[in-house]
Design a protein around this ligand. Structure first.
Ligand code: SF4
Ligand code: SF4
Length: 293
């Protein structure tokens, strides 16, 4: 099975919309499982119009819990907490969003009234359409540990892929360059880096490609909304040439993409003759060649 990861140095460049269309087209020729690892804002299933099949709670973070029967109200725990996660003037109260589970309060507590325990901080949902399975992680608002959740989503997606005999695991990666991106790229066979021709986007593209280089995974670049700014597009081509990366496709800015999002379908399914859909079909063939299917 081949793992393809779709990344962008920042959000808002159309990564998930493109992944949905790519997955839908690949799903017409291969068995494909999709993984949505943008756990702070998972929306791949919406773009595909996929229906929820299963959902399970996950625990990837730990928080302090106080046993008030044992508590002496000395507030030493409040003094030791470097994250200001314990408030209260007479009795201590843990603010879950601020608690990092470091355990300092439990160590200092003279009454052993604090335990550090795992808490539910997200979900792994499985959606499906007639041709695709989508495994999506969802981190609760204000929670951290997104790198761990990305690992869990990938593990679940790999199992699903094995069960269904999938040839391709297509991963919609998180935006940015942090820990979740590293978790998404680990084990990949190919990375598609999506950018758009704006002055800031090239900087973000370079940052994410620098992260990918550590994993020695081949990278291809896709320029989305290609007509936005010619000078910036030329700069992306120069960057690709200097760094020996292929430009896989230019996807034109196309109002039918927006209409397809409203319809809850990938543009390649809803409007196959739209200019963006034609470009994405060419991109899909190019990706298939790149990963030698
Ligand atoms: S350190 Fe322990 S005993 Fe003191 S206030 Fe905190 S929980 Fe209560
Ligand atoms: S576990 Fe750490 S962050 Fe959480 S309340 Fe205790 S000292 Fe603060």
């Amino acid at each position: 099975m081949k793992e393809i990861v779709v990344l962008s140095g920042k959000g808002g460049v159309g990564k998930s919309v493109l992944t949905a269309s790519l997955g839908w087209l690949l799903g017409g020729k291969h068995r494909v499982t999709l993984a949505d690892t943008d756990v702070d804002a998972p929306n791949l299933h919406l773009t595909l119009g996929a229906e929820l099949q299963t959902s399970r709670e996950i625990k990837t973070s730990e928080k302090a819990l106080i046993d008030y029967e044992k508590c002496l109200r000395c507030l030493q725990c409040q003094e030791v907490c470097r994250f200001s996660a314990i408030i209260g003037t007479e009795s201590p109260l843990v603010v879950p969003y601020s608690c990092e589970g470091c355990g300092a309060c439990a160590i200092i507590c003279p009454a052993q009234a604090i335990i550090i325990d795992k808490v539910v901080n997200g979900r792994i949902n499985v959606f499906s359409t007639k041709r695709l399975v989508v495994v999506a992680g969802e981190l609760h608002i204000g929670e951290s540990s997104s790198g761990l959740l990305v690992d869990m989503v990938k593990e679940t997606a790999r199992k699903k892929a094995e069960q269904t005999g999938a040839e391709i695991l297509l991963i919609d990666g998180p935006p940015g360059i942090g820990c979740p991106v590293i978790a998404a790229v680990r084990g990949a066979n190919y990375v598609m880096a999506v950018t758009e021709p704006t002055p800031a986007a090239l900087h973000d593209l370079d940052r994410v490609i620098q992260v990918i280089r550590h994993f020695h995974v081949p990278v291809g670049i896709v320029i989305n909304r290609a007509g936005l700014h010619d000078a910036s597009k030329n700069a992306i081509y120069r960057y690709a040439e200097e760094n020996n990366h292929s430009i896989l496709a230019e996807i034109p800015k196309d109002r039918m993409v927006t209409q397809a999002i409203v319809d809850g379908r990938p543009v390649v399914a809803a409007y196959p003759d739209a200019p963006s859909a034609k470009a994405i079909r060419r991109l899909t063939e190019r990706v298939r060649e790149e990963i030698m299917l």
